[in-house]
Design a protein around this ligand. Structure first.
Ligand code: MN
Length: 248
């Protein structure tokens, strides 16, 4: 891994879901954006893993998206095998946009198993989804989790945010967050040394364009505005945070 003092970071991007993933990955690499390339199911991990092997700045993460858990839980066994060879885990978590009780139970069962499996390694880095489920996600993580947890696109309440801060979580913020009042309010409550940048591409757009890792420049710029820092200062802060995240 290449870790410049002012490296740009995109800790949550679905490179494999772009129309031209190879092109997006190569561009992120040439722009020197350290990118955690999340995946939504163990069976599709291998494609991203092979890009990660070729490109220094692309770090493949194995995951199972909460909305896919009920239909793909049979793949968890595959995930345990993959965990032996990647430090990065995601996208995982809970999504309570799903209202079905048994699906929610499946999500929680899978998330708890994933947290348990990862805990045995002690150095895993997880990128966690918690839409409408911040309280349960933070409770499942708990205090003193043996690993690093990044709450991706945190959109819960202030009390659960405080708990997540107490528990040592990191937070990855994207353009929607730094450009909305609610998001900015949450960002100002997050300790600066725990904030990372993400694009969540290809699910977010920047000025009509689908966000790629290169767009973390815009995220960093807007984050700098929220922090009342210069772009370079914000970039260095996020870079420092990313290096700390990687420390065991
Ligand atoms: Mn995502």
């Amino acid at each position: 891994m290449q870790l410049e003092e002012d490296t740009l970071v995109d800790v949550h991007c679905h490179i494999d879901l772009f129309e031209k993933p190879e092109k997006v990955a190569a561009e992120a690499n040439s722009f020197q954006v350290n990118t955690i390339a999340v995946t939504n199911a163990p069976s599709v991990y291998f494609f991203t893993e092979s890009m990660g092997h070729r490109l220094d700045y692309i770090h493949a993460a194995v995951g199972i998206h909460p909305e896919l858990v009920s239909s793909r839980k049979g793949e968890l066994r595959e995930m345990w095998r993959i965990l032996e060879r990647t430090r990065f885990v995601g996208e995982v978590g809970l999504d309570y946009r799903v209202e079905d009780v048994s699906e929610r139970r499946d999500q929680m069962d899978a998330f708890e198993s994933i947290l348990d499996q990862c805990a045995t390694y002690k150095n895993k880095i997880l990128t966690v989804h918690s839409r409408r489920a911040a309280r349960d996600a933070v409770s499942a993580i708990g205090p003193d989790y043996p690993g690093k947890v990044i709450l991706h696109w945190y959109s819960g309440g202030v009390r659960d945010l405080s708990r997540a801060i107490e528990y040592g979580c990191y937070f990855s913020v994207n353009l929607t967050m730094v450009r909305s009042k609610k998001g900015q309010d949450l960002v100002t409550r997050m300790p600066r040394e725990r904030v990372l940048t993400e694009t969540d591409g290809p699910f977010l757009k920047v000025g009509g364009e689908i966000a790629t890792p290169a767009h973390v420049v815009q995220v960093t710029r807007d984050l700098a505005r929220v922090w009342e820092l210069s772009f370079e200062e914000a970039r260095k802060q996020v870079s420092r945070n990313f290096r700390k995240l990687l420390d065991t």
